[in-house]
Design a protein around this ligand. Structure first.
Ligand code: NI
Length: 174
């Protein structure tokens, strides 16, 4: 397994709608393992393949906390197939360093995905998993949580991130 590099805004790959997986090959399974390792290494609770520059609809999620253990979910071609209610909740993102803000999403979702064995799962959740799935599927469609904020906030944050990215680039040149 390997820890992959997590792309940061404004990397253009984060704007790409990535492709459905047609066959679950050993390469796909290896990427899912690497994504899980990268997610744990980065202390994230979810990761989308787009964030590590991979053009496939793959997501890993583990919402375990010290108090409450959850399971590692490896999802292939995940889709939200129904949503109910609304909930405003603070979000952060491994691709958007040091910014957290409140995002409105469905409270409860019904979703579908294939597991690494190719078995289809249809499930419902109204907790943290529901939140993370909506955030990660957005990544697969080229959307980051900043895009769900007011136009003013969005513009402000993007300007800040661009400035920081430029600073990082200049620092590397020294
Ligand atoms: Ni994210």
């Amino acid at each position: 397994m390997a820890v992959l590099t997590v792309l940061k805004v404004p990397d253009p790959f984060l704007r790409k709608k990535v492709k459905k997986v047609q066959d679950i090959t050993p390469e796909v399974l290896k990427i899912l393992d690497d994504m899980a390792e990268t997610m744990y290494y980065s202390n994230g609770i979810g990761l989308a393949a787009s964030q590590v520059g991979i053009d496939m609809r793959l997501v890993t999620i583990d919402v375990s906390t010290e108090e409450k253990k959850s399971e590692l979910l490896k999802m292939i071609n995940p889709e939200v197939i129904g949503g109910e209610g609304e909930l405003v909740m603070e979000e952060g993102c491994l691709s958007v360093p040091e910014i957290r803000d409140e995002v409105k999403r469905y409270k409860k979702v019904k979703f579908r995905y294939l597991d690494p064995e190719g078995k289809e799962h249809i499930a419902e959740d109204d907790g943290l998993i529901a939140r993370v799935i909506q955030h990660e599927i957005d990544h697969l469609d080229g959307i980051v949580f900043l895009d769900r904020l007011s136009p003013l906030k969005k513009a402000l944050y993007y300007r800040r991130l661009k400035k920081e990215a430029k600073k990082r680039k200049n620092e590397l040149k020294m």
